[in-house]
Design a protein around this ligand. Structure first.
Ligand SMILES: Nc1ncnc2c1ncn2[C@@H]1O[C@H](COP(=O)(O)OP(=O)(O)OP(=O)(O)O)[C@@H](O)[C@H]1O
Length: 265
């Protein structure tokens, strides 16, 4: 068997995690997302790229119903997670957000200890039956976020006392502690220096082994480094979606071509 067929098999084995059909979003009269259809894969990093204001964050927030928290926003269409409609009235958004975790642009640890930041989600979702189990979840999550070795001797110190890059990895540990299936990241490195950025990028690559990761980024270099799939948005439309290599080397739409060559955005 040659290398190509191994690669093709690997791609075939990656399942659809989230399927969005005919998604539209309005903020009052503003039509921010226009008829987006896309399948996002499990165990894959998907990058959302596009010029400022094109709807990347809006669409990302649809994937765990964070837009529900914005009064004037209205979402139409269907978003299925493992075949279940996440906008179904019976779905509890809080439970959904434990399954579809989110990491924001600016690290936002709670004003609590490092331990309690990570233990918070498992506590409210009743994921640990004992202190020992909770300790295990905290350790596993901090290891998963490549932060354990740096903080294991100061778990009771405030999370806000860590460096920016450490705080962002703490937020990633907090997100993975509830055992999510999907991790949404909205420009997770924009407040970080180059060293912390490369640590978080490395971490994103590791997280792909377990999760479906969706990352909004303004950096095309970052999209090229961390993602296998890329979606290019423009004026609320999903213009092009495909393998990251193809999008960057052989875009089909002239708008994608203009953006990646720096002519728009
Ligand atoms: N809470 C809100 N209320 C009203 N309009 C909003 C809100 N959030 C976003 N918008 C509008 O929706 C459109 C899409 O915004 P969004 O933040 O999703 O774009 P983006 O591609 O993520 O932008 P950026 O790259 O600058 O973060 C923009 O016109 C924006 O002004």
């Amino acid at each position: 068997m040659n290398d190509m067929s191994i690669l093709e098999r690997a791609v075939e084995q990656t399942e659809i995690k989230i399927s969005a059909s005919d998604v539209q979003v309005w903020y009052g009269e503003k039509h921010a997302i226009k008829d987006v259809n896309v399948d996002l894969l499990d165990k894959t990093v998907t990058a959302f790229i596009g010029p400022s204001g094109c709807g990347k964050s809006t669409f990302l927030r649809c994937l765990n119903r964070m837009n529900d928290t914005i009064d004037i926003s209205r979402v139409e269409g269907r978003i299925m997670l493992d075949g279940e409609d996440i906008y179904d009235k019976r779905v509890d958004p809080v439970q959904l957000r434990a399954k579809v975790g989110m990491v924001f642009q600016k690290p936002n640890p709670f004003p609590k200890s490092i331990y309690d930041n990570v233990a918070y989600g498992p506590r409210i979702h009743g994921l640990a039956r004992s202190r020992t189990e909770l300790d295990e979840i905290v350790e596993r999550s901090l290891r998963g976020a490549a932060l354990w070795n740096e903080v294991k001797d100061r778990l009771s110190e405030p999370g806000t006392g860590l460096s920016g890059g450490q705080q962002q990895r703490l937020c990633i540990a907090r997100a993975v502690a509830t055992q999510p299936e999907v991790l949404l990241m909205d420009e997770p490195c924009s407040a970080l220096d180059p060293i912390a950025t490369s640590q978080v990028e490395e971490l994103i690559d590791q997280l792909r082994a377990e999760f479906s990761v969706v990352i909004v980024t303004h950096s095309m270099q970052q999209a090229a480094r961390v993602s296998q799939k890329t979606a290019f948005f423009h004026l609320g439309n999903l213009v092009e979606y495909g393998n990251t290599d193809d999008i960057f080397t052989n875009p089909r739409d002239p708008r994608t071509e203009s953006y990646i060559s720096g002519r728009i955005g």
